[in-house]
Design a protein around this ligand. Sequence first.
Ligand code: AMP
Length: 281
Amino acid sequence: MFYLLNNLIQMKILLNNETLHKTLKPFDNIGFVPTMGGIHEGHISLINKSIKYTDKTIVSIFVNPKQFNSKRDFISYPSNIKNDLAILKKIPKIDFIYIPKFKDIYESKDKSKIVIKRSDKILCAKFRKGHFEGVLDVMDKLTNLIKPKKIFMGKKDYQQLFLVKNFIESNYKTKVIGCKTIRNKNKLALSSRNFLLDKKDLKKVENISKKFLKLKNEVKKHKYINKFLGQTKRKFEKLLDIKIEYLENRNVKNLKISNKYLKSKIFLSYHFKGIRLIDNF
Ligand code: AMP
Protein backbone atom coordinates (compact mmCIF):
# COMPACT_ATOMS: atom_id res chain seq x y z
CA MET A 1 0.00 0.00 0.00
CA PHE A 2 2.81 2.36 0.93
CA TYR A 3 4.61 1.49 -2.31
CA LEU A 4 1.46 2.14 -4.32
CA LEU A 5 0.83 5.53 -2.74
CA ASN A 6 4.47 6.46 -2.93
CA ASN A 7 4.60 5.72 -6.62
CA LEU A 8 1.33 7.47 -7.38
CA ILE A 9 2.96 10.60 -6.03
CA GLN A 10 6.22 9.97 -7.84
CA MET A 11 5.08 8.82 -11.30
CA LYS A 12 4.09 11.71 -13.53
CA ILE A 13 1.92 11.21 -16.61
CA LEU A 14 2.86 13.45 -19.53
CA LEU A 15 0.13 13.91 -22.11
CA ASN A 16 1.65 16.42 -24.50
CA ASN A 17 5.01 17.66 -25.76
CA GLU A 18 4.92 20.95 -23.88
CA THR A 19 4.70 19.14 -20.53
CA LEU A 20 7.27 16.62 -21.74
CA HIS A 21 9.82 19.34 -22.58
CA LYS A 22 9.26 21.26 -19.34
CA THR A 23 9.44 18.16 -17.19
CA LEU A 24 12.52 16.58 -18.76
CA LYS A 25 14.56 19.77 -19.13
CA PRO A 26 16.46 19.55 -15.81
CA PHE A 27 17.52 15.92 -16.37
CA ASP A 28 20.46 14.48 -18.21
CA ASN A 29 20.80 10.77 -17.49
CA ILE A 30 17.39 9.67 -18.83
CA GLY A 31 16.50 6.03 -19.55
CA PHE A 32 13.72 5.46 -22.06
CA VAL A 33 11.49 2.41 -22.60
CA PRO A 34 9.29 2.76 -25.69
CA THR A 35 6.18 0.56 -25.72
CA MET A 36 2.88 0.20 -27.51
CA GLY A 37 1.10 -0.70 -24.26
CA GLY A 38 -0.38 -4.08 -23.44
CA ILE A 39 2.17 -4.00 -20.60
CA HIS A 40 3.57 -7.36 -19.44
CA GLU A 41 6.59 -8.72 -17.58
CA GLY A 42 8.75 -8.31 -20.70
CA HIS A 43 8.18 -4.55 -20.64
CA ILE A 44 8.67 -4.49 -16.87
CA SER A 45 12.10 -6.13 -17.19
CA LEU A 46 13.18 -3.30 -19.52
CA ILE A 47 11.80 -0.71 -17.09
CA ASN A 48 13.73 -2.28 -14.20
CA LYS A 49 16.93 -2.20 -16.26
CA SER A 50 16.39 1.49 -16.96
CA ILE A 51 15.72 2.20 -13.27
CA LYS A 52 18.95 0.39 -12.39
CA TYR A 53 21.20 2.06 -14.96
CA THR A 54 19.86 5.61 -15.30
CA ASP A 55 18.69 8.44 -13.03
CA LYS A 56 15.22 9.01 -14.48
CA THR A 57 13.05 6.50 -16.30
CA ILE A 58 10.42 7.41 -18.86
CA VAL A 59 8.07 4.85 -20.44
CA SER A 60 6.11 5.78 -23.55
CA ILE A 61 2.82 4.24 -24.59
CA PHE A 62 2.03 4.95 -28.21
CA VAL A 63 0.49 2.57 -30.72
CA ASN A 64 2.24 3.88 -33.79
CA PRO A 65 -0.14 3.58 -36.77
CA LYS A 66 2.73 4.07 -39.23
CA GLN A 67 4.35 0.75 -38.38
CA PHE A 68 1.25 -1.33 -39.09
CA ASN A 69 1.00 -2.66 -42.60
CA SER A 70 -2.52 -3.93 -41.93
CA LYS A 71 -5.39 -1.76 -40.67
CA ARG A 72 -7.02 -4.78 -39.05
CA ASP A 73 -3.83 -5.51 -37.10
CA PHE A 74 -3.67 -1.88 -35.92
CA ILE A 75 -7.32 -1.78 -34.81
CA SER A 76 -7.09 -5.08 -32.93
CA TYR A 77 -3.76 -4.26 -31.23
CA PRO A 78 -4.32 -5.11 -27.54
CA SER A 79 -3.43 -1.86 -25.77
CA ASN A 80 -5.51 -0.69 -22.81
CA ILE A 81 -4.23 2.50 -21.18
CA LYS A 82 -6.28 2.03 -17.99
CA ASN A 83 -4.91 -1.49 -17.40
CA ASP A 84 -1.42 -0.41 -18.37
CA LEU A 85 -1.39 2.49 -15.90
CA ALA A 86 -2.73 0.24 -13.14
CA ILE A 87 0.23 -2.12 -13.73
CA LEU A 88 2.83 0.61 -14.10
CA LYS A 89 1.68 2.39 -10.94
CA LYS A 90 2.68 -0.66 -8.94
CA ILE A 91 6.32 -0.37 -10.06
CA PRO A 92 8.27 1.78 -7.67
CA LYS A 93 10.64 4.35 -9.19
CA ILE A 94 9.13 4.87 -12.65
CA ASP A 95 9.40 8.63 -13.03
CA PHE A 96 7.39 9.47 -16.15
CA ILE A 97 4.84 7.92 -18.46
CA TYR A 98 4.54 9.67 -21.81
CA ILE A 99 1.25 9.10 -23.63
CA PRO A 100 1.43 11.26 -26.77
CA LYS A 101 -1.30 11.79 -29.32
CA PHE A 102 -0.68 11.26 -33.03
CA LYS A 103 -0.12 15.00 -33.56
CA ASP A 104 2.53 15.15 -30.80
CA ILE A 105 4.68 12.67 -32.70
CA TYR A 106 3.86 13.63 -36.27
CA GLU A 107 3.73 17.42 -35.83
CA SER A 108 5.63 18.14 -39.00
CA LYS A 109 3.90 17.21 -42.24
CA ASP A 110 7.28 16.45 -43.87
CA LYS A 111 7.45 12.99 -45.38
CA SER A 112 9.85 10.68 -43.53
CA LYS A 113 13.13 10.16 -45.36
CA ILE A 114 13.85 6.82 -43.74
CA VAL A 115 14.73 4.01 -46.12
CA ILE A 116 15.63 0.44 -45.27
CA LYS A 117 18.60 -0.95 -47.22
CA ARG A 118 17.88 -3.77 -49.67
CA SER A 119 20.11 -6.10 -47.67
CA ASP A 120 17.97 -5.42 -44.56
CA LYS A 121 14.72 -6.40 -46.31
CA ILE A 122 14.77 -9.83 -44.67
CA LEU A 123 12.68 -11.56 -41.99
CA CYS A 124 9.90 -9.19 -40.79
CA ALA A 125 11.02 -6.47 -43.22
CA LYS A 126 10.21 -8.82 -46.08
CA PHE A 127 6.78 -9.79 -44.79
CA ARG A 128 5.62 -6.45 -43.30
CA LYS A 129 6.15 -3.83 -45.98
CA GLY A 130 6.84 -0.39 -44.49
CA HIS A 131 6.90 -1.74 -40.93
CA PHE A 132 10.48 -0.87 -40.01
CA GLU A 133 10.35 2.45 -41.86
CA GLY A 134 7.47 3.25 -39.45
CA VAL A 135 9.43 1.94 -36.44
CA LEU A 136 12.57 3.95 -37.28
CA ASP A 137 10.48 7.04 -37.98
CA VAL A 138 8.75 6.92 -34.58
CA MET A 139 12.02 6.07 -32.77
CA ASP A 140 13.68 9.02 -34.49
CA LYS A 141 10.88 11.33 -33.37
CA LEU A 142 10.74 9.95 -29.80
CA THR A 143 14.52 10.15 -29.37
CA ASN A 144 14.48 13.73 -30.59
CA LEU A 145 11.75 14.66 -28.13
CA ILE A 146 13.06 12.78 -25.08
CA LYS A 147 16.83 12.93 -25.67
CA PRO A 148 17.55 9.87 -23.56
CA LYS A 149 21.04 8.65 -22.60
CA LYS A 150 19.91 5.07 -22.97
CA ILE A 151 17.02 3.31 -24.67
CA PHE A 152 16.09 -0.17 -23.43
CA MET A 153 14.65 -2.61 -25.98
CA GLY A 154 13.91 -6.33 -26.04
CA LYS A 155 15.84 -9.02 -27.89
CA LYS A 156 12.48 -10.69 -28.43
CA ASP A 157 12.14 -8.29 -31.39
CA TYR A 158 15.70 -8.88 -32.45
CA GLN A 159 15.56 -7.42 -35.95
CA GLN A 160 13.86 -4.30 -34.58
CA LEU A 161 16.61 -3.97 -31.96
CA PHE A 162 19.27 -4.47 -34.65
CA LEU A 163 17.84 -1.78 -36.97
CA VAL A 164 16.96 0.73 -34.24
CA LYS A 165 20.38 0.36 -32.58
CA ASN A 166 22.19 0.98 -35.88
CA PHE A 167 19.97 3.92 -36.74
CA ILE A 168 19.87 5.66 -33.34
CA GLU A 169 23.53 5.14 -32.47
CA SER A 170 24.66 6.59 -35.79
CA ASN A 171 22.37 9.65 -35.51
CA TYR A 172 22.34 10.43 -31.77
CA LYS A 173 24.58 10.21 -28.71
CA THR A 174 22.07 7.73 -27.27
CA LYS A 175 22.96 4.07 -26.52
CA VAL A 176 20.43 1.34 -27.31
CA ILE A 177 20.62 -1.54 -24.84
CA GLY A 178 19.27 -4.98 -25.82
CA CYS A 179 17.59 -6.88 -22.98
CA LYS A 180 16.86 -10.60 -22.72
CA THR A 181 13.55 -12.14 -23.75
CA ILE A 182 11.19 -12.84 -20.86
CA ARG A 183 9.14 -16.05 -21.17
CA ASN A 184 6.22 -17.42 -19.17
CA LYS A 185 6.53 -20.60 -17.10
CA ASN A 186 5.87 -22.68 -20.21
CA LYS A 187 8.67 -20.92 -22.08
CA LEU A 188 6.40 -18.90 -24.38
CA ALA A 189 7.92 -15.47 -25.14
CA LEU A 190 5.71 -12.82 -23.56
CA SER A 191 4.03 -10.55 -26.07
CA SER A 192 1.11 -8.11 -26.00
CA ARG A 193 -0.34 -10.17 -28.85
CA ASN A 194 -0.69 -13.13 -26.45
CA PHE A 195 -3.56 -11.17 -24.87
CA LEU A 196 -5.52 -11.85 -28.07
CA LEU A 197 -5.48 -15.59 -27.29
CA ASP A 198 -8.05 -17.28 -25.07
CA LYS A 199 -6.88 -19.82 -22.47
CA LYS A 200 -7.26 -22.81 -24.79
CA ASP A 201 -5.38 -21.17 -27.65
CA LEU A 202 -2.67 -19.93 -25.31
CA LYS A 203 -2.05 -23.57 -24.30
CA LYS A 204 -1.88 -24.52 -27.99
CA VAL A 205 0.60 -21.74 -28.73
CA GLU A 206 2.71 -22.78 -25.73
CA ASN A 207 2.90 -26.32 -27.14
CA ILE A 208 3.78 -25.01 -30.60
CA SER A 209 6.46 -22.79 -29.07
CA LYS A 210 7.95 -25.78 -27.17
CA LYS A 211 8.29 -27.68 -30.47
CA PHE A 212 10.13 -24.75 -32.05
CA LEU A 213 12.43 -24.25 -29.05
CA LYS A 214 13.50 -27.92 -29.29
CA LEU A 215 14.92 -27.12 -32.73
CA LYS A 216 17.77 -25.25 -31.08
CA ASN A 217 19.23 -28.59 -30.00
CA GLU A 218 18.22 -30.39 -33.20
CA VAL A 219 20.07 -28.01 -35.53
CA LYS A 220 23.38 -28.95 -33.87
CA LYS A 221 23.19 -32.31 -35.67
CA HIS A 222 22.92 -30.74 -39.12
CA LYS A 223 25.63 -29.42 -41.39
CA TYR A 224 23.16 -27.49 -43.53
CA ILE A 225 21.03 -25.97 -40.79
CA ASN A 226 18.88 -23.86 -43.09
CA LYS A 227 18.06 -26.79 -45.35
CA PHE A 228 16.92 -28.70 -42.28
CA LEU A 229 14.87 -25.69 -41.14
CA GLY A 230 13.27 -25.45 -44.59
CA GLN A 231 12.14 -29.08 -44.34
CA THR A 232 10.98 -28.53 -40.75
CA LYS A 233 8.98 -25.48 -41.84
CA ARG A 234 6.96 -27.56 -44.31
CA LYS A 235 6.53 -30.40 -41.80
CA PHE A 236 5.40 -28.11 -38.94
CA GLU A 237 2.93 -26.21 -41.13
CA LYS A 238 1.08 -29.47 -41.81
CA LEU A 239 1.50 -30.93 -38.34
CA LEU A 240 0.64 -27.83 -36.30
CA ASP A 241 -1.85 -26.17 -38.67
CA ILE A 242 -0.02 -22.84 -38.71
CA LYS A 243 1.34 -20.60 -41.44
CA ILE A 244 5.04 -20.04 -40.97
CA GLU A 245 6.47 -16.88 -42.58
CA TYR A 246 10.09 -17.67 -41.84
CA LEU A 247 12.20 -20.15 -39.90
CA GLU A 248 15.83 -19.29 -40.51
CA ASN A 249 19.20 -19.55 -38.80
CA ARG A 250 21.05 -16.22 -38.95
CA ASN A 251 24.20 -14.66 -37.59
CA VAL A 252 23.50 -12.49 -34.52
CA LYS A 253 25.94 -9.74 -35.49
CA ASN A 254 24.84 -9.03 -39.08
CA LEU A 255 21.63 -11.08 -39.49
CA LYS A 256 23.07 -12.88 -42.53
CA ILE A 257 21.92 -16.45 -43.21
CA SER A 258 24.27 -18.83 -41.38
CA ASN A 259 24.72 -22.58 -41.23
CA LYS A 260 26.79 -22.30 -38.08
CA TYR A 261 25.37 -23.08 -34.68
CA LEU A 262 27.61 -20.67 -32.81
CA LYS A 263 26.92 -16.91 -32.83
CA SER A 264 23.59 -17.46 -34.52
CA LYS A 265 19.91 -17.64 -33.66
CA ILE A 266 16.87 -19.26 -35.18
CA PHE A 267 14.38 -16.57 -36.26
CA LEU A 268 10.72 -17.46 -36.42
CA SER A 269 7.46 -15.83 -37.44
CA TYR A 270 4.13 -17.61 -37.80
CA HIS A 271 0.42 -17.04 -37.88
CA PHE A 272 -1.85 -18.85 -35.47
CA LYS A 273 -5.58 -18.19 -36.11
CA GLY A 274 -4.71 -14.87 -37.74
CA ILE A 275 -2.43 -13.74 -34.90
CA ARG A 276 1.17 -13.08 -35.91
CA LEU A 277 3.76 -14.27 -33.41
CA ILE A 278 7.53 -13.96 -33.55
CA ASP A 279 10.42 -15.39 -31.55
CA ASN A 280 14.16 -16.02 -31.79
CA PHE A 281 16.28 -18.48 -29.82
P1 AMP B 1 6.00 -3.48 -27.80
O1 AMP B 1 5.11 -2.86 -26.77
O2 AMP B 1 5.56 -4.83 -28.23
O3 AMP B 1 6.30 -2.54 -28.93
O4 AMP B 1 7.38 -3.73 -27.06
C1 AMP B 1 8.06 -2.70 -26.39
C2 AMP B 1 9.43 -3.20 -26.02
O5 AMP B 1 9.31 -4.34 -25.19
C3 AMP B 1 10.25 -3.64 -27.24
O6 AMP B 1 11.59 -3.22 -27.07
C4 AMP B 1 10.14 -5.15 -27.20
O7 AMP B 1 11.22 -5.81 -27.79
C5 AMP B 1 10.13 -5.38 -25.70
N1 AMP B 1 9.55 -6.70 -25.38
C6 AMP B 1 8.38 -7.21 -25.86
N2 AMP B 1 8.21 -8.48 -25.40
C7 AMP B 1 9.30 -8.76 -24.65
C8 AMP B 1 9.72 -9.91 -23.91
N3 AMP B 1 8.98 -11.02 -23.87
N4 AMP B 1 10.91 -9.87 -23.26
C9 AMP B 1 11.66 -8.74 -23.30
N5 AMP B 1 11.32 -7.62 -23.97
C10 AMP B 1 10.16 -7.63 -24.63
